[in-house]
Design a protein around this ligand. Structure first.
Ligand code: ADP
Ligand code: ZN
Ligand code: ZN
Length: 740
């Protein structure tokens, strides 16, 4: 061991690379090491390049000969951008997910900061009315209508408007603002920090019903302390109103709120509602924004310029100057689990963050995850229940439609067609749900049985009729739609099964005079199309809405009174034990789109399994009963949340290496474990080949979380030593949410 005489001038640095160790560097000679704090970004030479790493600690000793240590190039931050509690959180996450620390810390930063750019918050100009401007009658400017409208805009916003707020309102504001400045009706204001009183400007609170009020009171009574609340409220029960009134209380204390949503498409809706309610600055962060926008959002929360952050999973790590509350809406949604790289659960990490920051965490859902309900049963979370729809809206009625031996129009049963006609005749809207895009999932030869398969995956090619292509939904490979069977050259090719494109065609024939929109990933690829469709729907220009997954989440369609789920059976037979839970959540979520306003809604589900217990329990007794049954089944089978899992996945271009590699890992795990962990596999992944790679997996399961993690702590260093590890790509998924 080498020792440097003077002070702690060896820097232990976490680098954003997939290697489970820290790297030692010498401090640059002109740097006062005693001033360096953990978390600072430091640029260091690594191989032939410079990398931006994060200081973990300054030490005296290195296992490496001092003479061989390289000096760090540059200290990028005078003070760390993350607080010591947030650094502690990242250390915890690195340990819990067994993921390299540098990669984990890096995930907490926006891209530009990860790359070592300076952390500068661009400040905007803000304008407000002068005293003259506040009192003047805007019609005095009627000869210059542009100036008049700008003045009126400001009169509606007495707290002033920033450049970006003006641009969002109207591209052509600059000239008029300049003229109004000259006329001394407007002035440039100092950086505006809104006060609580300004919030009154927004839309008023709704008068809450007793369960809503009870939920608000419970959370507000616990502010400034760690606690987890699960707000279980049927769709339309007014969860958002509850969030907003609690947020208001947090803002009134001068604190900030982090709100996480599963989907980008849901942020604009919530942003609108929040903006109408709160005059406080709201920051937005999700993957469709530019790197710069995300960095601005990150910095504005860190420096306290913004009070609310609305974001998706990755926004969880945003630093907060004055943290007050974390809300996770739709907490059951599997999008909160990152499925690659640093495979963290934003829900679980949010709870640890809440604990470290000593603030409450509020989880909300109409269909809470079994894990969260289990935590309620264990009295770790406090349940807040909104059993009924708010206002006058009624819960939709659910009904199964047995389609065995019934006359079908492609995928739509005759009696459903009639129901659709009746609904449309009342000038109400219909929503059809089918979770499969494309025209049909299979192209088969009627002569010889040949099926169009992806050459790189263990999967069929999906027919996309509009584009005349065959496409693999797993690797993206694409080819022209063929007319002749390549195997027998004579047989007729037939499309088997249903996709949204196909249903759209049937609907166009059955309801020729009606307007139909299809919402799926293909039809909404271009930026802005989804928003356009949603607007058309809300304006009542659309009669039938057809879509996938995309429809199940959050959107409001007040005039929809009939929802039909075209195929519930496909979710009933899966080898993944999570499937039943996801299926039930999907049914309830889709149902929640019906009859949100004054008119009662109905939900019809087409099935060939009308006696299936999952469906009957859900319909007869509701989601809570279904969840209780499902939890009891999981307990009997000792599955999560009654046990703890970690999944090792491996893939390679040959079929043998991943299998041999995982066999060696399993072997190693068996010798290291003292009988507390089940080592299941290795087996081929449910999709054994994907994008040309052969895939295997090994499942580790324990009844105690600690046992599993103790084993992983010992196992991971062994895996790195395996020769076969170099021949495969492998990953570890702690608490996997799907076993694919
Ligand atoms: P959720 O988030 O639970 O699906 P929302 O908060 O979106 O429900 O509320 C559904 C609808 O009910 C909204 O239009 C909302 O304005 C309305 N609403 C919520 N709370 C009340 C209330 N206390 N009184 C009347 N209407 C309400
Ligand atoms: Zn053929
Ligand atoms: Zn493929």
């Amino acid at each position: 061991m080498a020792k440097l005489q003077s002070e702690n001038s060896i820097l232990r640095i976490a680098l954003p690379i997939p290697i489970y160790r820290l790297f030692d560097y010498l401090a640059p000679t002109d740097v006062d090491v005693s001033q360096l704090k953990p978390g600072c970004r430091i640029e260091v030479p690594f191989g032939k390049h410079l990398k931006c790493g994060f200081l973990v600690e300054c030490v005296q000793h290195s296992d490496i000969n001092i003479a061989k240590l390289k000096p760090a190039k540059r200290i990028l931050d005078d003070a760390p951008l993350l607080s010591s509690k947030d650094l502690k959180l990242l250390h915890w996450a690195s340990h819990y997910y067994h993921h390299p620390l540098g990669d984990v810390i890096s995930a907490a930063f926006p891209v530009a900061l990860r790359q070592g750019k300076a952390a500068i918050l661009r400040t905007e100009k803000r304008y407000a009315l002068t005293e003259l401007g506040q009192t003047i009658d805007s019609t005095q400017l009627k000869r210059s209508p542009k100036q008049q409208s700008v003045l009126e805009k400001f009169q509606q916003h007495p707290q002033g408007l920033t450049e970006s707020q003006l641009s969002a309102w109207n591209d052509n504001w600059k000239g008029s603002v300049k003229q109004l400045l000259e006329k001394q009706l407007l002035q440039l204001t100092a950086d505006f920090i809104p006060t609580v009183a300004d919030q009154v400007i927004g839309e008023a609170n709704l008068l809450c019903n007793p369960p809503q009020q009870a939920a608000i009171d419970a959370v507000c009574a616990g502010l400034e302390h760690f606690a987890v609340f699960l707000l279980e409220g049927v769709t339309g029960s007014g969860k958002t109103e509850v969030y907003m009134q609690i947020i208001q209380e947090v803002l009134a204390r001068g604190q900030q709120v982090l709100v996480l949503l599963p989907e980008i498409t849901l942020t604009p809706q919530l942003e609108d509602r929040f903006k109408r309610r709160f005059a406080m600055p709201i920051a937005i962060s999700h993957s469709k924004l530019t790197d710069n926008q995300r960095q601005q959002a990150w910095l504005s929360m860190r420096q306290g310029q913004a009070s609310i952050l609305l974001g998706t999973r990755s926004a969880l790590f945003t630093p907060l100057k004055k943290p007050g509350l974390i809300i996770l809406d739709e907490e059951h949604d599997s999008s909160f689990k990152q499925q690659e790289g640093f495979r963290f659960s934003a829900r679980d990490v949010a709870i640890v963050r809440g604990k470290l920051l000593n603030i409450p965490v509020l989880l909300g859902s109409a269909t809470p995850s079994l894990e969260s309900l289990h935590n309620v049963n264990q009295q770790r979370y406090q349940l807040l229940h909104l059993p009924e729809r708010a206002g006058s809206a009624q819960a939709p009625s659910l009904q199964l439609l047995d389609i065995r031996n019934k006359r079908m129009h492609e995928g739509i049963c005759e009696s459903l067609v009639n129901e659709i006609h009746k609904t449309l005749a009342k000038k109400e809207q219909v929503l059809l749900f089918l979770n499969r895009r494309g025209f049909a999932p299979t192209l088969i030869c009627h002569g010889c049985g040949w099926v169009a398969r992806c050459q790189r995956c263990d999967a069929n090619l999906v027919i996309h009729y509009d584009e005349q292509t065959l496409r693999c939904h797993h690797c993206g490979q694409e080819q022209r739609l063929i007319k002749q069977c390549p195997a027998c050259k004579t047989g007729e090719l037939t499309a088997l099964g249903l996709g949204t494109e196909r249903i759209e065609k049937v609907l166009a024939e059955l309801f020729a005079d009606k307007t139909i929109v299809r919402l799926d990933r293909d039809s909404t690829q271009r930026k802005g199309t989804l928003e356009n469709f949603l607007e058309q729907i809300n304006q009542g220009d659309v009669d039938i809405i057809l879509g996938t997954q995309m429809l199940a989440k959050g959107h409001h369609f007040p005039n929809v009174t009939l929802v039909a789920i075209l195929d519930v059976d496909s979710g009933l037979f899966s080898i993944d034990f999570h499937a039943a839970e996801k299926m039930a959540q999907m049914i309830v979520q889709v149902s929640g789109r019906a009859g949100r306003a004054e008119k009662p809604g109905r939900v019809i589900m087409q099935t060939r399994q009308p006696e299936h217990p999952l469906l009957t329990t859900l319909i007869r007794d509701g989601y809570s009963s279904f969840a209780n049954n499902a939890l009891a089944e999981r307990q009997d089978a000792a599955l999560p949340p009654y046990s703890y899992q970690a999944l090792l996945r491996a893939h390679a271009i040959d079929a043998e290496s991943p299998l041999l590699f995982l066999r060696a890992v399993a072997e190693s795990a068996r010798t290291l474990d003292n009988g507390h962990t089940q080592i299941l596999g290795p087996v081929a992944a449910p999709m054994a080949k994907r994008a040309g790679l052969y895939r295997y997996q090994l499942l580790l399961q324990s009844n105690k979380r600690q046992d599993l993690h103790k084993l992983l702590d010992k196992l991971l260093p062994q895996i790195d030593k395996l020769k076969l590890a170099k021949k495969v790509r492998w990953s570890l998924d702690v608490d996997p949410v799907d076993l694919y």
